[in-house]
Design a protein around this ligand. Sequence first.
Ligand SMILES: O=C[C@H](O)[C@H](O)COP(=O)(O)O
Ligand SMILES: C=C(OP(=O)(O)O)C(=O)O
Length: 449
Amino acid sequence: MTLVAHDAAVDGLDRFRTLVAKQQPTWPDAEALGQAVARLSAAPPLVVPAEADLLTTRLAAAGRGEAFLLQGGDCAETFADAHADRIRNKIRTILQMAVVLTHGASTPVVKMGRMAGQYAKPRSSDEETRDGVTLPAYRGDMVNSHDFSPEARRPDPQKLVEGYEISAATLNVLRAFTTGGSADLRRVHEWNRGFMRNPAYSRYERTADEIDRAIRFMDACGADFDALRTVEMYVSHEALLLDYERALTRVDARSGKAYDTSGHFLWIGERTRDIDGAHVEFLSHVSNPIGVKLGPTTSPGDAIALIEKLNPAGRPGRLTFITRMGSGRIREALPPLVAAVRDHGSPVTWVTDPMHGNTITSDSGYKTRRFDDVLDEVRGFFEVHRAAGTVPGGLHVELTGDDVTEVLGGSEEIDDAGLALRYETLVDPRLNHQQSLEMAFQVAEMLRA
Ligand SMILES: O=C[C@H](O)[C@H](O)COP(=O)(O)O
Ligand SMILES: C=C(OP(=O)(O)O)C(=O)O
């Protein structure tokens, strides 16, 4: 592997600097920003091109219906939570869900964390006012701190470097966990059996029994369980902070192509997907597999323009559309997009994000989502793709491996009063461990239907 420093000439890589970049912090100290960028530009890559290329082939398979993507993790990772237990719980939750979904889809599940870099958030407002005091909004730990004080909310470029270092440490835990034997299929299934011991989840008993029988059948046939001790897992985040993403971009000397080595998969958010904006321009020049979030106002013309800009060569697996319409709108808003993209002919992997279109404020004032709305959006996603003859290729969810109370509902019926018990997210509400598994069982049923 030879990766050349970020300033190597790749046509167009810096053109984004001439365009409008939305949702960027106003860094108060330009010199400190320059120092942070210089430090990152010389830093080792977090991922390498060969891994990104392999993921592209996996996403291409998901786009054809030969695999299914599970992408999950925090809305906003925090530096404080980057310790072994929390990271392990999250990975474990994703692996547990993946086993259930593999059974439902009867295809491999591509596992991807919203992890090791999900430290920057787009916000509805640049500022936050409390009791008559107005300060810059919290934009994620890689920009400023959540505490409500002028010092904490001041964007600090040193946090970009800290974010890189914590991403490296997180990735290290992930690589150890997924290759060191902890992800053994039989062990993951045992964890799922533990979940099933709660009578609240007895309705999933049949699926759990079927998985049990399938594993015993594999065993009887002499399956090599040692080979299943290692799982392939990728990391992703929203490529929001262009100073950071550009500084971690390297050129692969063999191919001459640029890769953003901050994560395997990068996505462009709903708020920054303007076709003439800096984010789309920048990511059009890196060779990683990339995603774009599409909300309910996306027109068929917008979708086609994004395809032509981001994947002009029609490389399978290069481009994923992550739709987040809202349960009440998906059945009207998605069909015209799917039809236009299908008729255009360029390959796209379609994924549902059933979280971001279903955010509400509870009576008690918490930003939350209803578990039933989230599931209904997934159901709508399958219905639309089945009607159009296209492939529902994956699921993108905000989740945690911990026992938080942020999303209403689920079999354990978190209600408005229950939200206050363990509401820990700094931005958007996440499915807790149990809700995540429950979702996997329900989506597995939809996949089998
Ligand atoms: O995760 C998505 C956005 O960053 C988030 O929904 C924005 O939240 P806000 O409307 O509270 O700014
Ligand atoms: C901001 C996010 O989503 P969206 O761009 O879809 O609003 C997100 O996924 O964190």
